[in-house]
Design a protein around this ligand. Sequence first.
Ligand SMILES: Cc1cc2nc3c(=O)[nH]c(=O)nc-3n(C[C@H](O)[C@H](O)[C@H](O)COP(=O)(O)OP(=O)(O)OC[C@H]3O[C@@H](n4cnc5c(N)ncnc54)[C@H](O)[C@@H]3O)c2cc1C
Length: 505
Amino acid sequence: MTQEFATDVLICGAGAAGLALALELARRNVSFRLIEKMDNPFPGSRGKGIQPRTQEIFEDLGILDRIVAAGGRYPPQREYQGNGSYAKSDAMEHQNPTPAEPYQIPLMVPQFLTEGMMRERLIELGQRPEFGCELTGFEQDESGVTAQIVGKNGEEAIRVRYLVGADGGRSFVRHGLDIGFPGKTLGVRAIVADVMLTGLERDVWHRFNEGSMERQMALCPLAGTEMFQLQAPIPLEGDVDLSAEGLAALVAARTGRSDILIQSVSWASAYNMNARLADRYRVGRVFLVGDAAHIHPPTGGQGLNTSIQDAYNLGWKLAAVLRGVSDPLLDSYEEERRPIAATMLGLATKLLDAAKRGEMRRGREVHQLDIGYPESSLAMENPGRERDLVAGDRAPDAPIRGAAGQSARLFDLFRGPHWTLLGYHVEHDAIPPRCGLRIHTFGPRGDIADVGGHIRDAYALTPGDWVLVRPDGYVGAIVASDEVDTLEDYLRNIGLAPAGAGSRQ
Ligand SMILES: Cc1cc2nc3c(=O)[nH]c(=O)nc-3n(C[C@H](O)[C@H](O)[C@H](O)COP(=O)(O)OP(=O)(O)OC[C@H]3O[C@@H](n4cnc5c(N)ncnc54)[C@H](O)[C@@H]3O)c2cc1C
């Protein structure tokens, strides 16, 4: 029987995107159900690269340390030549951490471990995915969505305010909405498999026959496990033997070595590479996040990261609208995230072409630290700026010292579901306090000290400037003191009216 709003949000799919959205909603006390049609968690390593921007998000979600502890760094690559000799190279270009960018090195964490840490955090917040529960139909009207789900208790129809399709590349929700998924099949089919093997050292990423799509093979020691991840392009047509014997034969044929012995396979998949982008991310009360909205080749390690960042963008907006902020805030999700995916599809495809030539190097462009939303309707500057940092950019970190003398970082102030307002040489009282906003000032009588001038420099501030940082760590507004009225308007629009003035955050 249909109930009136059994819960506010139904998240379909408990992969990386669904879990990230669940974490965002759980820490804002939004009611939701997270359903997953598989009976058990996904067991494969597939999206194993955690980019620096996602590390910042994991820090905000309170899981970075445990994810670092569960995984590790990428080892150097060992590229074997045809004559048996080899050359060593770095898989990633390295940069040192800076005060503004504390994480510079992609981590290697098998996807099943990352998702495990996300589920653990979700349990800490009092929630968990419902495994063995499938979305089988839905329809929406002006006030909500009625969804059919089939789970351990049989069939159920539930009424929710919003439905989010976090249900992967073949998205049932995307099909149900009849959203186009244009793009191309890239003419590359590949194997990815998690295997136990003997005969290879674990301190390098072994790469054979780079540049040959017929003979390429990579065997990467999977951090945090005893396994290797095997990756190899295969012919577009024909059966593939993914058993230990089948993969052993492939390894022997491609490496020419008889000493590499595959003992077992814990997960394996043969897949065709595609680059596709959904025409829309939202239809009424239904949204798409993650692979449901975009799929691309794994080169560059962007898929999992982009999926998590979609959810990180949507989560606070859904929570705000459920608390009374007007609906157009939700339109900014597609406005901000779809162009990011379009750019990422181009990057992943470019890296795939480089990989075909044996020339792939992953540099800063895959770190996702330069992603921002300067064109967004949520980005406001008053007066307009032509400086290094503009509204919509990622909010940089910086070392600070509290007025009480303790050392900290700006990211410590940002951590959590609130907005943060930073004022530089301002009157603290100029902006009255309100629920959902934390105000910090630096300069005379500031509650924080700008150690080494890093905040001033990173945010390109002049005395009297206010910087408003969104819950997802992007600059929402930069406003001079004599324009604080416009900042007040902005704050009201996003549900941050002063106490006693109808704030619902
Ligand atoms: C073979 C392969 C290799 C990859 N390699 C890499 C890589 O090296 N690097 C990288 O960054 N990315 C890689 N990716 C991509 C990365 O794994 C994805 O981008 C990431 O998993 C996307 O997360 P998601 O939550 O959006 O989707 P998914 O992880 O696909 O999760 C969607 C979930 O929804 C569930 N679901 C589907 N329909 C329903 C329904 N009707 N009801 C309930 N639940 C449903 C599914 O069972 C699934 O668990 C790879 C992907 C594949 C397939």
